[in-house]
Design a protein around this ligand. Sequence first.
Ligand code: HOZ
Length: 436
Amino acid sequence: MSDQSPSAGPVSAALFERAERLIPGGVNSPVRAFRAVGGTPLFIARARGSRVEDEDGRSYLDYIGSWGPMILGHGHPAVVDAIRSQIAQGASFGAPCRLEVEMAEELVARVPSLERVRMVNSGTEATMAAVRLARGATGRSKIVKFEGCYHGHGDAFLIKAGSGAATFGVPDSPGVTKGTAHDTLTAAFNDLAGVALRFAEHPRDIAAVIVEPVVGNMGVVSPRPGFLEGLRDLCTRDGTVLILDEVMTGFRVARGGAQERFGVRADLTTLGKIIGGGLPVGAYGGRSDLMAQVAPEGPVYQAGTLSGNPLAMAAGLATLRQIEATDGFYETLERLGSRLEAGVAAHLARSGYPCRLARVGSMWTLFFTGDEVRDWNGASRCDTSRFARFFHEMLRRGVSLAPSQFEANFLSIAHTEADIDETCAAAGDALAVAWA
Ligand code: HOZ
């Protein structure tokens, strides 16, 4: 497909050639490689506000937002200052520091189900640790995950996984042992009856149900009314730990994350992205009795050299506090999101192209299907070739989207109404070319 790609300029192309020699696929994370859309990825040199600039000096309106963390936009002064002043004090101590206590206090104050919390270094670490804790606390081995949901690259989650795993045809990755796969049960997102069946088949043997309360990793898919509440009931009845993976939705879809927006209480919650303000971070937390099982207080082992890293804590705290200090922060994001949705919908209504913009707050995906997407089965019916054409046409018009149909795009508070209008105009033109 690379012949259709106008994407990368000569400098990015040359860097990619060098990268491919030394780094698998030329990237340090598969979804960056453009394989789902063809062509050569852009190498980003710098970013500010709602825009990124590549190594060829081309500027783009950015909807990747580092895959979610950059809710304030790039280079927000509060975050830059916080990192700058912390680095003068030290980058890493391998010992407790004040900022991790402050971070724990900020997180617990925002998410009602979070009674205690442990910091880690990535969303993957958070989900792996949460599942280990659920298993340790219940003495059970199986987990339920949903087709097309992605919880990082831990072995237990690479079963019918979304994001890059689905895109590149490895939803069940080689290297995951049969034993691990055997302990991961799957169900369709939004299908409560399917989950109830898993409980009926494996009574009192399911340690945890893990779910993205709003899926971002098969494109944006909302929970249908009653789905999350139904999961809560099933878990409560069977003594199973409900893990809400809020790595993407935490502090994005509401101040208290998806659990606040949809009124559901997790036993354990996993976090990442926004709480690091663009630096590597993750966290898991929840019920006090469960968290008391974590070492050194309890027997469930989990550790990390850089966990609670002061730079990441400083950037994350600055981000959370800036959100708090901004009047109507989530209302502004909602307004920008609905402006985008209305602008794209107007083009679709005029043209009749079978596409649907799915959106929850500041997370959105333009699905290339006329049907509402409720699960992976629906997402997988999208016209991915036409999406690829659309993606490159957007890039040509200076708009950088997530390079796969099965990902979320992210708005930040730095996006302006003019940015949104520019994006909608570009989308109108790009859709027309995609269907020409
Ligand atoms: N969860 C993100 C993608 N859906 C992470 C980005 C990555 O995998 O590189």
